[in-house]
Design a protein around this ligand. Structure first.
Ligand code: MN
Length: 696
C-alpha cells in the first residue's frame, strides 16, 4: 500500500477506536481488539485498503452512534456500503429475534450481490467471534456454532475459501462436541507423533530428488488434517479413525506449471505410482476451478502416499478462492478470475431465488438448500431430519434410520399416498415407512439405492441368504430332474454321489447342490448321470455318452458335440445363443446374455445359431409379477391354456406383502409365440410386469 492508503487505514482505526471507546468485549477486553482482528485476517488474505478500512469500522454503524453518512463523508461511498452491508437492521421493529436475523441476513446477501467483499468481511468477523466463543454461555456457544455450520461454512465453501471454512468448522466442532473434538485431536497428535519419522524420511527423499534435478523454490509439507473433516467422514461413511487416517498425505508447491509435471516425474521415479490413481486437474480443472496434480504412490514402508502437486497460485486459489482474486488481480489480470466469475454467477442465481421467494424466511430456506446442492433433507414421521445424497430413495432413508428398518421395509407413504420405493426423495418430504418383520430386502433395490449404507446392507443380506437358498434350489432341481428318469433322490446313495463328486472336483454333496442351484451344473445332465449309476450301475464317464436326447438337431454346425439346452436361461429358437463347451464333447446352449455365463468369464464358449424351420416345442421360462389377489392364479393359467400352450412347470414366491412372483415354464415354438403369450398376460388385471427368465 502507498502512504496515502496507510494514512486512510489509520484514520479508520482511530474512528473505530473512539466510537467503541466505552465498550468492552464479553471477555472484558477493549472492544477495538475485535475489529482489529477482523482486519488482520483480511490483510493476511491481501485484501485491498477499502476492505481493511471497512473491517476496522464494521461494527460502528450497528453498535455506536456514528452514522453511515459520516463514513461516506470521510471514506467514500464504497467503504460505507461495505460497512452497511454487514450491519444488522436495528432501526426497524421486528416481531422476534428470528425475524430480525432472517431480514438482516437477506440484507447482507443483497449487499453482497453488489460487492462480494461484504461477505469476506462477514466471514472474517464470524471467524473472530468463533475464536473468542470461550467466554459466552454454553447455550449461546452451541447456537452460534450451529448457525455458522448452517450458513457461513457452506458459504465459504461456495466461494472456494477452504482454509477459512476448515478453520470455522473445527471451531464449531469444538463448540458443539467438545469431548469428541478433544479425543480426536489427541489421537491425531499421537498418530502424527508416531509418524514423524516416516514423514520426514519421505519428505527428505522428495526434496533430495528435486534438488538433484536443480528444481528451486520447492515446499514439501505433510498435509495438516482437518479435525471436523475426519469426524464427518467417520460419521457419514461409518469409517473407523484408522480408515480415515491410514494414508500419508503430502503437498508439493512449486513456482510454475512446468515444474509441477517435472516433480511428478521425480516422485514417480522415487516410489512406484499406484496405477489409475493419477489425476491431472491442471489440464482439466475441477468444476469449481480447483487445479492440482494428484497421484498415489507405494511408499517406503508399504504405506500409501497421496501427493498433491501445484503452483503457489493454485495453492492460493485452492485455499482462499475468491479472496485470492484481490491478491492477483494487479499482477496478472487474466489468470484465475474463474473463481470470481463463478461466485458472481452464483450470487446472481441467489438474486433469482430471492425474487421467487414469498417471504424472507422462505428465502433463507431456499438459500440453505442452494448451499447444499448435493443433499436432500427429508423428515421421518416423528419429525427427525435426515440428510441424504441427492437421488436417495425411501429405502435409503430406511437404512439411514436403522438397518433393521431397511431390511424389513415394504412400502413408503407420503401424506397417506403410497410412494414408489424407487422414486427419489425431494427436499422437505415427510416420509412414513411401512415395515413388516417377515419381509426382507430385494435384490432389485440395488438398482436404485444411492447410499453406501443401504447398498452394503442389502448385499450383506443377499449374500447370506444366497447359499441357503441356492442349496435348497439345487437339491429341488436335481430331485425334479431325477424324477424324469424315474429315480427318487432318496434312492441315490452317497456311494453313487461319490464318484461324480470326485470327477467334478467337488468336496461334498452340498457343493454339488449349490452349484446346481446357481446354474454352474445343469440338473438334467447330473440327474442323467446319477440315474445311470443308480439304475444300471454304469460308470459316470460312460453315462455321458449314453445321453438319450440329442438336441444337436436344432443347432447349425454342431460338429459332433452333444447339445443340451441349458435350464438356467431356457433358450428357444430366435434367441441369440452361445455354447458352453463341456468335457466329453458335450455342449450346453445358453442365451447370449445368460447371467451364469457372464458370471463365469473364463468358460470356453462358442457362438451358435439355430437351424431354420425347427418344428418342435421348447421350454421357456417367464416370471409374472402380480398383486396378491384371489383368483389371480386361475386367471393366469386359463389365459395361457386358451392360447393352446402347455405349462410344463410352475412355482410362486412372495416378493413382499402385496406382491407375488409366478415363475412358469411354458412350451413354445420360438420367441414369436412366447412374445404373444407374454403380451396376452400383460393385459390381465393385477399383473404388474412380465419378463423372461427369473426376477433376480
Ligand atoms: Mn463484529
Amino acid at each position: 500500500m502507498d502512504k496515502a492508503q496507510i494514512a486512510k487505514i489509520e484514520e479508520a482505526y482511530l474512528l473505530a477506536e473512539k466510537a467503541h471507546e466505552p465498550q468492552k468485549r464479553q471477555s472484558g477486553e477493549p472492544y477495538i481488539i475485535h475489529p482489529v482482528a477482523v482486519a488482520t485476517t483480511l490483510a493476511e488474505l491481501h485484501l485491498d485498503p477499502e476492505t481493511i478500512m471497512a473491517a476496522l469500522m464494521h461494527d460502528v454503524i450497528e453498535d455506536t452512534p456514528v452514522a453511515k453518512s459520516v463514513i461516506i463523508d470521510k471514506f467514500g461511498e464504497t467503504v460505507a456500503e461495505l460497512v452497511d452491508g454487514v450491519s444488522k437492521l436495528t432501526q426497524m421493529p421486528f416481531r422476534n429475534k428470528a425475524e430480525l436475523q432472517a431480514e438482516s441476513f437477506r440484507k447482507m446477501i443483497l449487499a453482497m450481490s453488489k460487492d462480494l467483499r461484504v461477505i469476506l468481511v462477514k466471514l472474517a468477523d464470524r471467524l473472530h467471534n468463533m475464536q473468542t466463543l470461550g467466554v459466552v454461555s454454553a447455550e449461546k456457544r452451541r447456537r452460534v456454532a450451529r448457525e455458522t455450520l448452517d450458513i457461513y461454512t457452506p458459504l465459504a465453501s461456495r466461494l472456494g475459501m477452504h482454509k477459512l471454512r476448515t478453520q470455522l468448522e473445527d471451531l464449531c466442532f469444538e463448540a458443539l462436541y467438545p469431548y469428541r473434538s478433544s479425543v480426536l485431536s489427541e489421537r491425531l497428535n499421537k498418530i502424527y507423533g508416531n509418524r514423524k519419522e516416516v514423514i520426514s524420511v519421505i519428505s527428505e527423499a522428495i526434496e533430495r530428488a528435486c534438488k538433484l534435478h536443480r528444481l528451486p523454490h520447492l515446499e514439501v509439507s505433510g498435509r495438516e488434517k482437518h479435525l471436523y473433516g475426519i469426524y464427518k467422514k467417520m460419521r457419514d461413511r461409518g469409517l473407523s479413525f484408522i480408515d480415515v487416517t491410514d494414508k500419508y498425505a503430502f503437498r508439493i508447491i512449486v513456482d510454475n506449471i512446468e515444474d509441477c509435471y517435472r516433480v511428478l516425474g521425480y516422485v514417480h521415479n522415487l516410489y512406484k505410482p499406484v496405477p489409475e490413481r493419477f489425476k491431472d486437474y491442471i489440464a482439466i480443472p475441477k468444476a469449481n476451478g480447483y487445479q492440482s496434480l494428484h497421484t498415489t504412490l507405494f511408499g517406503p514402508y508399504g504405506v500409501p502416499i497421496e501427493i498433491q502437486i501445484r503452483t503457489r497460485l493454485m495453492q492460493e486459489m485452492a485455499e482462499n478462492g475468491i479472496a485470492a482474486h484481490w491478491l492477483y488481480k494487479s499482477s496478472d489480470p487474466n489468470q484465475n478470475t474463474d473463481a470470481r466469475i463463478r461466485a458472481q454467477a452464483w450470487v446472481s442465481n441467489l438474486m433469482e431465488i430471492q425474487r421467487k421467494s414469498d417471504s424472507t424466511t422462505d428465502f433463507i430456506e431456499n438459500f440453505k438448500v442452494d448451499l447444499f446442492p448435493d443433499e436432500v433433507y427429508v423428515f421421518s414421521v416423528d419429525g427427525q431430519i435426515f440428510e441424504l445424497p441427492r437421488g436417495a430413495t425411501a429405502i435409503d432413508l430406511a437404512y439411514a434410520m436403522d438397518s433393521n428398518l431397511g431390511n424389513t421395509c415394504v412400502a413408503a407413504k407420503l401424506d397417506k399416498e403410497y410412494l414408489l420405493l424407487s422414486s427419489p426423495l425431494v427436499n422437505g418430504q415427510v416420509v412414513e415407512l411401512i415395515c413388516d418383520k417377515n419381509a426382507h430386502p430385494n435384490a432389485l433395490w440395488l438398482d436404485f439405492v444411492v447410499t453406501s449404507k443401504a447398498q452394503s446392507a442389502i448385499r450383506h443380506y443377499l449374500k447370506n441368504q444366497l447359499s441357503n437358498d441356492t442349496l435348497l434350489t439345487g437339491e429341488n432341481l436335481l430331485a425334479k430332474a431325477l424324477a424324469k428318469f424315474n429315480v427318487q433322490l432318496a434312492q441315490v446313495k452317497d456311494d453313487h454321489f461319490a464318484a461324480l463328486i470326485q470327477e467334478l472336483n467337488l468336496n461334498n454333496k452340498s457343493e454339488l447342490f449349490e452349484k446346481i442351484g446357481v446354474g454352474v451344473f445343469v440338473a438334467r445332465l447330473i440327474a442323467e448321470r446319477l440315474a445311470n449309476i443308480v439304475v444300471k450301475g454304469t460308470h459316470p464317464e460312460d453315462a455321458v455318452h449314453s445321453m438319450q436326447k440329442n438336441e444337436s438337431l436344432y443347432i447349425e454346425d454342431s460338429n459332433g458335440y452333444k447339445i443340451v439346452l441349458a435350464e438356467c436361461c431356457y433358450p428357444i429358437p430366435e434367441d441369440l445363443i452361445i455354447g458352453e463347451v463341456l468335457p466329453a464333447k458335450n455342449m450346453l446352449v445358453h442365451m447370449g446374455n445368460c447371467a451364469s455365463i457372464v458370471a463365469r468369464k473364463n468358460k470356453e464358449c462358442v457362438s451358435l445359431i439355430w437351424k431354420d424351420h425347427i418344428k418342435d416345442q421348447f421350454a421357456a421360462e417367464i416370471s409374472v409379477r402380480v398383486l396378491n389377489k384371489v383368483g389371480m392364479l386361475n386367471k393366469l393359467t386359463t389365459a395361457i391354456t386358451m392360447m393352446q400352450t402347455n405349462i410344463e412347470d410352475f412355482y410362486a414366491y412372495h416378493l413382499n406383502d402385496y406382491e407375488r412372483v409366478l415363475v412358469l415354464i411354458v412350451m413354445v415354438r420360438d420367441t414369436i409365440q412366447l412374445n404373444e403369450i407374454m403380451n396376452e398376460i400383460r393385459t390381465l388385471e393385477y399383473v404388474q410386469s412380465v419378463s423372461r427368465g427369473k426376477i433376480v
